[in-house]
Design a binder for this molecule. Structure first.
Ligand code: FES
Length: 283
């Protein structure tokens, strides 16, 4: 008998999540009595599986071989998803950095910069860069990236940069990281999102704002580009989002600054699957 463990895949996780989403949508369509009973059953099953997973974590914690077993288990996408949905795994520093780099990749690409995680050593993060993020003119961009990482990721004390040997090397890294991060969470339904309103959503530790204008959905980090205050309560009119604090205005589709061009909202990439609005999970 083979002792090689067959891992599940992120595609399988995604398929399972889609089935769950579809089943939840079906429950919503039931009459009240049937919906109540079905939700009770769902809660009982969740309690049962939650208690089971917590017990597995406790046993692994006290077992002499528990830590390597836990690490091996968490390499499996289905297991990692089940544990993270229950809040039983914390992202590693490397995972947090990779997730953050994926979030800012569109802006970096616009500036002709490519940056990937090279290594993590305790609280020191080494990034590998090319394009405008490398060379003698890259100081400003590297400082911005360093500030972003230090301000967003608690366990990181130092960020250093090294130049990639070639563009191809960094492109392979980006592809690997994209695969590693191919985990999406549903954060809302297009059909249920009100038009021209800022709807707050939380994903892990990220606070986001969803906006639907003329049927097009956009997602931004919930921080105004002026002083970083929450965008909840911002007014949206004619595709212009106006922050309630000091009236800075932004394009509600792209997040681009209108009051001060270049002072833009931070866009969070999303995808729409059927009616579901999904963003890459930070872990
Ligand atoms: S914080 Fe939004 S306009 Fe000042």
């Amino acid at each position: 008998m083979s002792d090689v463990v067959q891992h599940t895949t992120w595609e399988m996780v995604e398929g399972a999540m889609e089935r769950l989403d579809a089943a939840m949508a079906g429950i919503d369509a039931l009459d009240e009595s049937a919906r109540t009973k079905t939700l009770e059953l769902k809660e009982a099953l969740e309690d049962f599986y939650g208690a089971t997973l917590r017990q597995i974590v406790r046993v692994l914690k006290v077992s002499p071989h528990g830590e390597p077993m836990r690490e091996q288990l968490l390499m499996d996408p289905m297991v990692a998803t089940a544990f993270s949905l229950r809040g039983l795994v914390q992202p590693t520093l490397a995972q947090e950095v990779v997730a953050l780099l994926e979030l800012v990749r569109p802006q970096l690409s616009l500036q002709g910069a490519e940056v990937v995680l090279a290594s993590v050593d305790a609280s020191r993060v080494k990034l590998r860069c090319s394009g405008s993020a490398a060379g003698c003119g890259a100081g400003g961009l590297q400082r911005e990236l360093t500030e972003l990482i230090l301000s967003r990721i608690e366990g990181c004390d130092e960020v250093v940069f090294e130049e990639a040997d070639s563009g191809a090397e960094i492109a392979n890294h980006v592809a690997d990281q994209a695969v590693a991060l191919k985990r999406f969470v549903t954060i809302g339904l297009v059909s249920e999102l009100p038009e021209s309103r800022c709807v707050p959503v939380t994903v892990g530790t990220m606070s986001l704002i969803l906006v639907k204008v003329e049927g097009k959905v956009s997602c931004f980090r919930n921080e105004c580009a002026h002083q970083g205050r929450s965008l909840e309560g911002a007014q949206i009119e004619d595709c212009t989002l106006t922050c309630r604090w000091h009236g800075f205005r932004f394009d509600a589709h792209s997040g681009e600054g209108i009051t001060i061009p270049g002072v833009d909202l931070e866009v969070v990439p999303l995808r729409i699957r059927d009616d579901r609005i999904q963003v890459a999970s930070p872990w």
